[in-house]
Design a protein around this ligand. Sequence first.
Ligand SMILES: [Mg+2]
Length: 115
Amino acid sequence: MPDITVAIDYDETFTTCRKTWTAVIELLRQSGANVICISARFPNCPIPDFPGQVYYACGQLKGEYAEDNGIKVDVWIDDWPSCIGEVAHRRGVQSPQSVQRRQLFNRMMAGLTKS
Ligand SMILES: [Mg+2]
């Protein structure tokens, strides 16, 4: 695995099974990944048991928080994806599958309107 940063959410993600996620984190680290926690929590509600660096986004969209604080996240793991928001390096970019779907739809619609 290349040198990537994986951000794991805490509440309802890491907490769903601490033992399993700890093993996953260890495996990711053994493969060369940097694994951190970015939580929506405020620091006055501390996270005591995440095995690694914890960042507190304090309710800010996590992608925006990471960008504002110079944290480059490659992969997000979160039970509530809308809490991440749009990430800077993907802003305005559609997935290749979205482009393909639109092309397929347009071809299909063009076929329907020919007759
Ligand atoms: Mg969560």
